[in-house]
Every structure is written in C-alpha cells, then in structure tokens.
Write a protein that binds this ligand. Structure first.
Ligand code: 13P
Ligand code: SF4
Length: 350
C-alpha cells in the first residue's frame, strides 16, 4: 500500500496538479457555483484536480454519483449526479457508463454495485463508513424477527448488503413513512436508526413501530436547546431538520426532510435566514443557488463523508482501485429489498 507522499508523487508524474490562479480563472464557470463558500485561492488548489478528474472520467467512461454531503469542490466540480440517498439509488439503476465512482459512503457504493452487478463500482476510500451501517448485522435482524414474529423488517439504506439481504424492504429518509405505511402488518420493525423510526412513528400512528438501537453520530449531536437558542438570537430564523435527528429536535424545527427535500424546501420558501440541522456541507453546496438566503448554525461534519477528497477520487480512477464487490448470493436478495423500496416509492408518487 502506497503512502500519501508516494500517491502524490505518482499522480504528479501523470497530471499537472500545481495550484494555479490562471487555471482557476479559466474554470471560473465551475467556481461560480460555489463562489460564496470557496475563496479563489482555495479554488486554485482544487481546479487542477477537477480538470484532471473530468478528463479521466471521460477516458474511463465513468460516471460520478455524489451525495449532498460531499465537499463543494466534489459536488460542484466533478459530480454527474448529486442528490439524497433515494435519488442516488434510483439514478444507479439508470447508469449506462462502464464505471461508477461513488462519492459518498460505503453503503452507497454497495447499493450501486447491487443494482449494477456487471459494472465496476469504485469507492475512493474504503474506510468511509457510517455509524448506522456499523450498528447492525444480519444477526441483529434475526434477533428482531425472533422478538416480533411475522413483523416485516424495513431497513434504512444506511446498512450493509448483508443487512439489506436479510430485510424485507429498504427505505430512505425521503420515503420511510410511505414505506412503513405500505406494509401489510400492524407491527413494523425499523432498523437501524432509532430516531428515524421514532420520527416515522409520529407520521404513521396507525402502525406499531419497533426499532433497533442505532443512531447517526452527526445528527444525534444536535439538542432542542441548540435550536431554541438560535431562534432566540435570530428572530424569524427558519429551522429545517433531518429525520435522523432525535424527535425532540425535529419537534423544534419548522420542517423535517431528507437532504433533497431540505434543498427543495429552501428553494421554494427562500427564507431570509435558515439553519439546516444536518451535515454542514449541505448548506455550503446549496448556498450559491440561494443567494438571498443566509445560512446559520453550527458546522457538524460527517467524518466518514469527509474522507472523500479530490485526490482520492483521482487516485481511484487513475489506478482503478477501490473496486467494490458484493457476493452475488447476498447481492440478489439485497437488490430485491432495494428494488421493492424504489417500486413502492414510485407507486406512492404516481
Ligand atoms: P439522505 O440524503 O437520504 O437524506 O441521507 C442522509 C444521510 O445521512 C446519508 O448518509
Ligand atoms: Fe452515516 Fe450519519 Fe455520516 Fe450519514 S451523516 S453517513 S448517517 S454517520
């Protein structure tokens, strides 16, 4: 395994990666999408990587799927598709390119592989995990089934392929309430996010929802008092929370939704001041598209999402390493659980 210095040396032998204000100015159309959050001197460092990746991406016939929590230089600079977990999963079913580079966390790359078993899926950093995905195994699903016989298991997409394979259906934060409501059972098991489950329980009171004890390390850091303090300091502030936050935090918010729904809400409502109670990159990524909106609040970052850098994406595409594999015996039942989610979601929207 090469260390960072060797990787840098090898990349610099193949690509011109010197910081350049001249190149940054030439690529100002891309910078214009993140002008509010990225000084030109920083863009001068990123622009050579963005140029190299965008050229290499075409040579490799690759497509880059990026989650809304990616750094702005990835989100605006190199991504072909950006979105929440649901949008990325749906788009993964439509990919025509030979190679998918997943800018997000490992479970997202696994989902792309499950949906595209014959394509090469690259993960720029295999250690980009997720506290939710790490909180449960297939054995945990078996324990829940034993405790609540006959109840269907709805697993959040933030799970490994093995857990998806052991579940009846998946859900994301965008469709969790729809999926649970569509289950043909009074009791529904939701794994692994206890807070998402408790937020859904309020939206779908006709179901008895039981949950696993997992949580997102980013969203559980917010407290209701934080939100009350920010409101007091900024009268008129709108607060939007992600449903991975505890219910008492969501109760203090004006709206709760998936990252894509948060973006739509801001674009439609155009509040003067808004606090996004979610991963901090989200506000950076939508800031320029909403110039009249001021984004306030603490900056909680996901250490897993932030592992993905331009340098790692370039390395992965250059060497075609970081290939994600899923055992076909696991991939097939996991694909069924993901596909069922997509189908139920589409029916509910039709
Ligand atoms: P969504 O983008 O689906 O809302 O998910 C948030 C998240 O934490 C993904 O890891
Ligand atoms: Fe997992 Fe939370 Fe990071 Fe999303 S933000 S990847 S749920 S740890």
């Amino acid at each position: 395994m090469l260390d960072k210095t060797d990787i840098r040396k090898e990349l610099r032998a193949h690509y011109d990666l010197e910081p350049s204000l001249e190149l940054a100015a030439e690529m100002s159309d891309i910078h214009a999408r993140m002008d509010r959050v990225m000084p030109m001197v920083d863009w001068a460092i990123h622009a050579p990587y963005v140029r190299a990746i965008n050229i290499l991406k075409k040579q490799r016939n690759a497509v880059i799927l990026a989650h809304n929590y990616m750094r702005p230089q990835i989100y605006h600079g190199i991504a072909d598709v950006v979105g929440d977990s649901l949008h990325l999963a749906i788009k993964a079913t439509e990919v025509e390119a030979d190679v998918i580079v997943q800018c997000g966390v490992h479970f997202m790359a696994e989902t792309s592989k499950i949906l595209n078993p014959r394509k090469t899926v690259l993960m720029p950093d295999m250690e980009a995990g997720c506290s939710l995905a790490e909180s449960i195994t297939a054995e945990g699903i078996a324990q829940m089934r034993a405790r609540y016989p006959g109840a269907p298991v709805v697993s959040y997409v933030n799970t490994t392929a093995e857990v998806k394979a052991a579940s009846d259906i998946c859900c994301t934060s965008a469709n969790a309430a729809q999926i649970v409501a569509a289950m043909d059972s009074d009791t529904v098991i939701m794994t692994p996010d206890k807070w998402l489950a408790q937020n859904v329980a309020k939206q779908v009171p006709q179901k008895r929802i039981v949950w696993w004890d997992g949580a997102c390390i980013v969203h559980e850091q917010f407290s209701p008092q934080d939100l009350r303090d920010f409101r007091e300091w900024n009268p008129g502030l709108k607060i939007i929370a992600h449903p991975e936050c505890p219910p008492d935090v969501v109760a203090e918010a004006d709206y709760a939704g998936s990252t894509a729904n948060i973006q739509h809400w801001v674009e439609q409502e155009r509040p003067k001041q808004v606090m996004l109670v979610t991963e901090c990159s989200m506000a950076s990524n939508i800031s320029d598209a909403n110039p009249e909106v001021e984004f306030l609040g603490p900056c909680n970052m996901c250490p897993y999402m932030q592992k993905i850098t331009l340098e790692k994406v370039l390395w992965s595409l250059h060497t075609m390493t970081g290939v994600v594999e899923v055992d076909p015996a696991v991939a097939e039942p996991a694909r069924r659980a993901v596909q069922r989610m997509i189908d139920v979601s589409r029916q509910a929207q039709a």
